[in-house]
Design a protein around this ligand. Structure first.
Ligand code: NI
Length: 274
């Protein structure tokens, strides 16, 4: 059975309502908030930055789900429904995977959802996809007695270094691409000679992703090629040099200043996150 996920089109608007009415009326009752959203998906969801998807099996619409915008970094997965005749065939999973894929493409911090503990199959599926039960807050429907969150951080959020470097068009301006334990993973493109400086309190980690990096110390120069890294201890005067463009990954405390004890036009107080 081939399942195709398609985006909302007006001709399917009735399916969004019908598929949801079916399961809600089976287990609960339609509440005013359901009625409004299901009757006005365009104004309630789409016009507010949300999305609605349908699962299509052959020519039949057999399932649906929506992503409702909470804020720029948070969306609510909602109104997920699969036609009763098509249940237990993996359609819910396909819809769920689509929602997670979209959330990752949008670089969201998290997906949230509200459910009911009587819907054991659904809650188990959410758990399998990494949703965790969190403190419930207010929700417009009474049947929502549980809130779950899927947080996209660290291990959950994959970062492609090459893609990140493609976003950078300048030199000597580090960008934050990850954070952990008060440390930051930063990347930077460099070319030319930096300013000789010291970090009084922080060790610095430099990993060469591309190119040939020279680190000039007071009395000698170390050359680093792709795949090589160096840790510069605190208090050691150093100056990075790149004859040609070099791509670097830095790992250092969030408090570090790129130019250390020197302040000049290259000093960047608050690097941008990309
Ligand atoms: Ni430094």
């Amino acid at each position: 059975m081939r399942i195709e996920i398609i985006e909302f089109v007006d001709e399917y608007v009735e399916y969004f309502k019908k598929l949801n009415y079916e399961w809600i009326e089976k287990f609960f009752k339609i509440e005013p908030a359901d009625e409004f959203v299901l009757s006005n998906p365009r104004s309630a969801i789409l016009d507010k930055g949300g999305m609605i998807y349908f699962a299509k099996c052959g020519s039949k619409i057999v399932g649906t789900c929506a992503l409702q915008k909470v804020d720029d970094k948070t969306y609510e997965l909602t109104k997920m429904a699969v036609n009763e005749e098509y249940q237990n065939q993996g359609i819910g999973k396909v819809l769920m995977e689509k929602a997670i894929q979209i959330a990752k493409e949008m670089n969201l911090d998290k997906l949230v959802l509200y459910s009911n503990t009587h819907l054991i199959t659904a809650v188990n599926m959410y758990s399998k996809y990494g949703f965790r039960i969190v403190q419930k807050d207010e929700h417009p429907t009474i049947r929502a007695n549980i809130k779950m969150e899927l947080v996209f951080t660290n291990e959950l959020k994959k970062v492609n270094i090459k893609d990140k470097f493609n976003l950078i068009n300048d030199y000597w301006k580090p960008r934050i691409v990850g954070e952990l334990n008060q440390q930051q993973v930063r990347i930077v493109k460099i070319k030319g000679k930096f300013v000789s400086h010291i970090h009084e309190n922080e060790d610095e980690f430099f990993l060469v992703i591309k190119g040939l990096l020279k680190i000039e110390y007071e009395n000698f120069i170390v050359e680093l090629r792709q795949g090589e890294f160096i840790i510069i201890p605190k208090g050691v005067k150093h100056c990075p040099i790149a004859d040609d463009e070099v791509h670097l990954l830095l790992f250092e405390p969030a408090t570090i200043l790129n130019t250390g004890d020197v302040k000049n036009e290259l000093t960047l107080e608050t690097p941008e996150k990309i």
